[in-house]
Write a protein that binds this ligand. Structure first.
Ligand code: DON
Length: 581
């Protein structure tokens, strides 16, 4: 196509992309992208002075406003973290936990913050087993005992203390205002409340906080205020973590626990610790991949899988081809087998990270892959290291004009966590204890298996799949991404990276590409509806047991190239958005 033909079609094409991505960018931001570079024109949002992407357009706007006021990426990320707790209550949270990677341009270093929930001191290995020794699903998922000690407030405070530049209260107040003055409910939020109306209205505090009189869900277009949550945020704005882990808010949490046979005590809250960890690192065809280490399994297995893929001519296979999807599935099967055996909280269990992420082990794994035939998971066992060696979560990424990057995923585990709201404090409790292996050999809600490494223990952090990830090219910031989706998070992030690096896609195309997922057990290959039916036939003929699945993850990605920030929020979750200041 000639340059002029391209130019003629560009406005129509741009409109299509904007409609598909449900994003309304400032026109001049998009126009800044060079028209003749197809890598650029596919992007829904572009800007020059930083960018925020999250699963809530309102929260992204809060972050962009912080950047516009001179805050850095960390300031903006903290403000987004609090705003999501108001505008996306099914995953944004004060009562949950997560992980955050911060790249500080000045120091050319990545810092990994673990603000995952901790098991309360009274937690014991068999606490979720009934008299017959079976897992009591109600207790582990929907009771006050399902909550780990929340880490979000401490985590956001720690990153602010380390790298923030604006005043702490300035970052909490936008969320407090959104809670107090209310925001307009969207279809997605209204629908999510309707779908879970039965479960959520059973708890009187949740019913009072998230529903109208009589337990009636809010409709799109209505104003939704959260006065109790605003009260909690006021304490946090004034007193930092002491406003949550001590004082009146903490007393409300503990009163709720005592009234409902929960475990969390004032001591548990006071003893919550954020841990700064060494990020896990790898390389893939010349790019540097930096991701979250254990107690997340995400970083280890993304790097392990990339290492395996590096042994194959992935670019030649082509995106969406049967060979490529087969190779992905076989690689995923191997990684998830290892996850079941070797991954857990590194403060309690010796996780063999170096071995799992080594190129040598990846070559061994790669040599066992048969391109013509799916292996039977029953015949695939977790590797043995050489001696001596419903879901809802949400992700947000920020980049600023100084080159700083933040990538954070946090969660309540299920959509709306345990469904239990702290009475008078307006926030939901997580049910993250289900991420432990309540009983070896019994799958958790995501079908994931685990054993000793991930057994319940006081003070321990449950194994996670959350995979906040940063990518560098020639030492320069290139990409920040992450996703919700439970066990599917790791494979969603993997596919985004491979689509960008091997298949030459920009982040919008890489996000929109249909995804697959295999997790060793159950031995099925999940795929999104848009995978080509001819391809599916070939995969079936190679022995894959195929199941069509709803959305596999929802990526929130930023990239930086040639002085321009690009953002793509995954249309698999509505109301999300990338915003530039
Ligand atoms: O940490 C984990 O791996 C899970 N608690 C994440 C749950 C999740 O992503 C649910 N999302 N859609």
């Amino acid at each position: 196509m000639s340059f002029f033909a391209l130019f003629r079609w560009f406005p129509a094409f741009l409109m299509l992309v904007l409609m598909a991505c449900a994003v309304a960018p400032a026109a001049e931001q998009v126009d800044e992208a060079p028209i003749i570079d197809p890598m650029d024109i596919h992007h829904p949002v572009a800007g020059r002075s930083g960018m925020v992407v999250s699963q809530s357009m309102i929260a992204s706007e809060v972050g962009a406003d912080i950047l516009a006021r001179g805050g850095n990426a960390v300031d903006a990320a903290v403000a987004v973290g609090f705003a999501l707790a108001v505008t996306l209550p099914r995953a944004g949270n004060l009562g949950g936990g997560g992980f955050m990677l911060v790249y500080l341009a000045e120091e050319e270093s990545v810092f990994a913050f673990d603000y995952r929930e901790m098991a309360p001191a009274a937690a014991t290995r068999d606490m979720y087993l009934d008299e017959e020794g079976e897992v009591d699903l109600k207790r582990v998922r929907f009771s006050h005992k399902s909550a780990g000690v929340p880490g979000t407030v401490a985590g956001l405070y720690r990153v602010h203390q380390r790298f923030g530049t604006l005043k702490w209260s300035e970052l909490v107040v936008p969320a407090m205002k959104l809670a107090n003055d209310g925001f307009v409910v969207g279809y997605d939020f209204s629908g999510s409340l309707k779908r879970r109306q039965d479960r959520l209205t059973r708890n009187p505090a949740t019913r009072a906080a998230f529903f109208k009189e009589g337990g009636v869900p809010y409709e799109a277009g209505e104003l939704f205020k959260q006065k109790d949550l605003a009260w909690t945020l006021k304490h946090i704005a004034r007193s930092g973590p002491a406003g949550f882990y001590e004082g009146p808010v903490a007393r409300k949490i503990v009163a709720d626990m005592q009234a409902n046979d929960g475990l969390i005590t004032m001591d548990d809250l006071a003893n919550y610790r954020v841990v700064e960890r060494e990020p896990v690192r790898g390389t893939y065809r010349g790019y540097e991949i930096v991701s979250m280490p254990p107690p997340s399994s995400g970083g280890v297995h993304v790097i392990q899988m990339l290492n395996v893929l590096e042994n194959f001519p992935v670019p030649e296979m082509g995106a969406g081809s049967a060979d490529f999807l087969h190779l992905l599935a076989e690689t995923m099967r191997l990684a998830y087998a290892d996850r079941s055996e070797h991954l857990g909280d590194p403060d309690f269990y010796d996780v063999p990270v170096d071995w799992l992420t080594s190129k040598k082990y990846a070559r061994e794994l790669a040599s066992g892959i048969d391109m013509g035939k799916a292996r039977d998971s029953a015949e695939v066992n977790p590797g043995v290291p050489a001696p001596g060696e419903s879901f809802d979560t949400t992700h947000f990424s920020v980049m600023d004009k100084s080159g700083n990057m933040v990538s954070s995923t946090y969660t309540l585990n299920f959509s709306y966590g345990s469904g239990l709201t702290v009475a008078g404090a307006g926030f939901l409790l997580n049910n993250e204890m289900d991420d432990f292996s309540a009983k070896p050999g019994e799958p958790n809600a995501f079908g994931l298996l685990g054993g000793e490494a991930n057994a319940v223990e006081a003070g321990k952090r449950p194994l996670s799949s959350m995979t906040p990830t940063l990518v560098f090219k020639g030492g320069e910031p290139f990409l920040a991404t992450g996703s919700p989706g439970g066990s599917r998070i790791i494979t969603a992030v993997l596919q985004l990276l491979v689509n960008v690096i091997d298949h030459g896609m920009n982040i919008a195309d890489a996000t929109h590409q249909p995804r697959i997922h295999h997790q060793w057990l159950p031995d099925i290959l999940q795929h999104e509806g848009a995978v080509n039916p001819d391809t599916l036939k070939i995969l079936a003929s190679r022995g894959h047991d195929l199941r069509q699945s709803s959305a596999l993850g929802a990526l929130e990605t930023l990239s930086y190239r040639n002085g321009i920030f690009y953002g793509c929020s995954d249309p698999r979750r509505p109301d999300s958005g990338a915003v530039a200041p």
